[in-house]
Design a protein around this ligand. Structure first.
Ligand code: ARG
Length: 462
């Protein structure tokens, strides 16, 4: 078989070694950029034509040829040949094979260095929007679940020990907040992504009269990049994108960890739908939360990609280096993994029930009302530090007597601290305490009802 001709074979004395062909190629993974590569090429050709570097007829041939190639790829009829190294050369060579000399003009004033940076930015712009849409669906699933459980109370934990009672909605909306920051982070990332490096050429720009603003405008970029050396080597946006995906994954793995624990026989707070569990090949009784375990497990891959991209960028000399080709493996892997995890999380959230009776049956365990009792004493004029000590010793006594604070008689309360009066009992017990929270955005049913409405409105506007 004859090796395809590359223009640099006039410079290099030999065809590329077959081991090197396999080693250097990125076509196997960058072919997923083909649409962006073709769109970028069409914009470049339009600009070349406006600048009279190619004729209208050549532009027409280039456009038609590229569109045909795009259809062939979409229909799986394109023969990808790895000797062309990457999607850029595969498309360009197919164009030359189709239309001849006009095709040979497409690469005027362009290098694969600015081309790949442009393709990747175009791809990432869309990818960010896709992930944002998925985040919104997940947020909506959380809000829907929160709405069901606004008036139900559960323990909140610090140090994984019972802390204070909260509306179940407060717990669920905590994820909506986290995901909202994830959404905003991606929005910010998109601002940095949405700049056009095309026309930076290999590293210095070109002596041809290219109109960079024109291609940027045709491709919907907000502006051009302003330093050609930086333009071909900047992959900060890739690192930032993977970081943003990693934070989402960290949030989802917290959810997974919570719900794996909540679904144990020991906790028994939630029921995860059978459709999202697996069983054991040996133990017939098992309902295992494998999907949640995998959401938690896949965060390892995201963090690995983040470490990889940072290491890739560290200590490269200025300008384009082939190391940068590896960026796409990590960027694609991060995008695919986070998409799958957000989708899976949304489906699970949509199909999970909180076992409110079980949760409220155990709500008086663990002295969730102790802080509220100390605050009751503060309202009666006692300094908080003193109140903290008084309640601490009451709790220690109750623990010995196997009692809750609400089960202490008024006489015993008074013996312990004389300013405690009959009205104490409305400040005790999980439900009373949760409804007594008065600070802005505190975890009470009343405030969570408002927040559910807030989020419903916000998310409907996206
Ligand atoms: N496949 C390369 C990449 O992904 C394209 C740029 C190659 N440029 C070069 N001068 N060898 O980075």
């Amino acid at each position: 078989m004859t090796q395809p001709q590359k223009s640099w074979e006039h410079r290099l004395g030999k065809p590329t070694d077959s081991l090197a062909v396999d080693f250097v190629e990125s076509l196997s993974f960058d072919k997923r950029l083909y649409k962006y590569d073709i769109v970028g090429s069409i914009a470049h050709a339009e600009m070349l034509c406006e600048q009279k570097l190619i004729t209208k007829d050549e532009l027409k041939q280039i456009k038609e040829g590229l569109i045909e190639i795009s259809h062939a790829i979409a229909e799986d009829k394109f023969k990808f040949d790895k000797t062309y190294e990457d999607i850029h050369m595969a498309v360009e060579n197919a164009l030359i094979a189709k239309i001849g000399d006009a095709g040979k003009k497409l690469h005027t004033g362009r290098s694969r260095n600015d081309q790949v940076a442009t393709d990747l930015r175009l791809w990432m712009r869309d990818e960010i929007e896709l992930i944002q849409a998925k985040i919104t669906l997940l947020q909506k699933a959380f809000v829907k679940l929160a709405e069901k459980y606004v008036s139900d109370i559960m323990p909140a934990y610090t140090h994984f020990q019972r802390a204070q009672p909260v509306s179940i909605a407060a717990y669920l909306l905590s994820f909506v907040e986290q995901l909202n920051r994830d959404f905003m982070r991606l929005k910010n990332c998109r601002l940095l992504v949405n700049l056009c490096p095309l026309g930076s050429g290999a590293i210095a720009g070109s002596s041809l009269p290219l109109d960079r603003k024109k291609t940027a405008e045709l491709l919907g970029f907000s502006d051009i990049t302003y330093n050609t050396i930086d333009s071909v080597s900047d992959r900060d946006f890739c690192a930032e994108f993977i970081f943003d995906c990693s934070v989402i994954s960290t949030h989802l793995s917290k959810l997974a960890e919570d719900w794996i624990v909540f679904s144990t026989t020991e906790f028994d707070f939630i029921h995860i739908d059978d459709a999202f569990c697996t069983s054991s090949s040996m133990m017939p009784q098992k309902r295992n939360p494998d999907m949640l375990e995998l959401i938690r497990g896949k965060s390892a891959s995201l963090l690995g990609s983040l470490m990889a991209i940072m290491t890739l960028l560290k200590a490269q000399p200025s300008g384009y280096n082939r190391d940068l080709q590896e960026d796409k493996r990590h960027v694609f892997s991060a995008a695919d993994t986070i998409e799958a995890c957000v989708d899976m999380a949304a489906a699970i959230v949509d199909n999970t029930k909180f076992k409110t009776e079980k949760i409220s049956a155990g709500l008086e365990k663990g002295f969730l009302d102790a802080t509220a009792l100390a605050e009751y004493l503060v309202k009666k004029g006692m300094p908080f530090r003193t109140a903290h000590g008084v309640v601490g010793s009451l709790v220690a006594q109750c623990e010995k007597q196997n009692k809750t604070l609400a089960e202490v008689s008024i006489d015993d309360f008074k013996k312990h601290c004389e300013i405690i009066a009959d009205d104490i009992y409305i400040s005790l017990g999980g439900k009373n305490v949760a409804s007594s929270y008065a600070t802005a955005s505190a975890a009470s049913p009343a405030q969570m009802a408002e927040q559910v409405n807030y989020w419903k409105k916000q998310l409907a506007q996206r």
